[in-house]
Design a protein around this ligand. Structure first.
Ligand SMILES: [Zn+2]
Length: 344
């Protein structure tokens, strides 16, 4: 913040219009570096003369707030992404996926999201945030347990999370995040985008439901205009983690007012799954059930249940809305309009 007209710097004095001594400090126009007329100034003889005429009229001082232009967004070179795309034997998330999906599918999903491996921690995964102009904005490094697929935590119970910029000590990196998977929106034909919170969720759902483009906000707070802006022309269905429905729904209502076509699925809210459960957890859970070789007998009849029956039971008894969700997906694979009506 600064004034346009200020006292001349230095010790130069001029003749005072009141006492005629050479004691007047004049005002200078900082934009032109020129003096204001002689009348504007202050006499140094504060006790005896007290002449002081501040700039007024056409010289009235206005406060100027200096606007510093926003620093340009920093990007990582694509080379870094390429370089990270290796060593998947030491990538816990990829190893976890191998228990459920075949290598071909996993290879495809690695290439789709350009998933990387980091040496920051043994087994760590890099999720690159590449925007719709193919610029690399962020590399999030996370560590998963290769057996459970859950986030690994240290002794203090904190999850391992870092970034490529801190691993490379790029302290001046001007981070401006985008949706994980945003680079895929230029390629899609259906114009329907599914948004979830976690990067891992997006990757896994893309394996289960490759016909949709799955993007991740990276955090629940990142479900907001700045991040979702590039999706304005798409039909968006968001699947918040359990217990986050109302927050996302509030945001969606705001966004609808400014022209977004966005709906929030509330199916997880109705399930008995614990808070924080995401769509992929549920799909993996079902898959585990399918693979399970444990013999299950129905309690009141003693009948041995087939796997299909076990799944049906689980859906029916503990998770009634899950059946709904699956039928939503099955129904809508051939009719994209349905999914919009069903997701509230
Ligand atoms: Zn004077």
């Amino acid at each position: 913040m600064h004034y346009r007209y200020t006292f001349e710097k230095g010790s130069k004095k001029h003749q005072c219009p009141q006492c005629s001594r050479k004691t007047l400090v004049r005002y200078v126009d900082n934009e032109t570096s020129e003096y204001l007329p002689m009348e504007f100034g202050r006499c140094d003889r504060e006790k005896s003369c007290r002449y002081w005429k501040k700039p007024n009229g056409k010289y009235t001082n206005t406060i100027k707030i200096e606007v510093t232009p926003p620093a340009p967004i920093s990007f990582h070179p694509l080379e870094l992404v390429k370089h990270s795309g290796r060593n998947f034997k030491h990538n816990n998330l990829i190893q976890f996926l191998k228990t459920y999906f075949d290598d071909d599918k996993i290879k495809k999903v690695i290439l789709k999201y350009l998933i990387g491996t980091s040496k920051l921690w043994n087994g760590a995964t890099v999720f690159w945030q590449i925007d719709n102009k193919q610029k690399v904005r962020h590399g999030k490094i996370m560590l998963y347990n290769p057996h459970t697929g859950k986030r690994s935590k240290n002794r203090d119970g904190k999850a391992y999370i870092s970034s490529v910029r801190s691993a490379l000590k790029q302290h001046n990196f001007n981070l401006q995040q985008c949706l994980f998977g945003l680079h895929l929106i230029n390629e899609i034909e259906t114009q329907i985008v599914a948004v979830v919170e976690g990067e891992k969720t997006a990757v896994i759902m893309s394996l289960f439901k490759p016909e949709y483009v799955w993007l991740a906000t990276g955090s629940k707070q990142a479900f907001k205009y700045e991040m979702l802006k590039p999706l304005r022309k798409f039909k968006v269905i968001a699947f918040p983690d359990k217990s986050e429905y109302s927050d996302w729904q509030d945001k969606a209502l705001e966004l609808k007012k400014i022209g977004f076509d966005i709906s929030i699925s509330n199916y997880l809210e109705d399930t008995i799954y614990s808070d924080g459960t995401d769509l992929a957890d549920v799909y993996i859970d079902l898959l585990t059930l399918k693979k399970d070789s444990i013999e299950v007998r129905e309690s009141h009849t003693g009948m041995i249940l087939t796997k299909e029956e076990q799944i049906a039971n689980k859906l029916l008894n503990i998770n009634p809305s899950l059946g709904k969700l699956i039928s939503i997906f099955e129904l809508t694979d051939c009719n994209n309009n349905l999914i919009r009506e069903k997701a509230s």
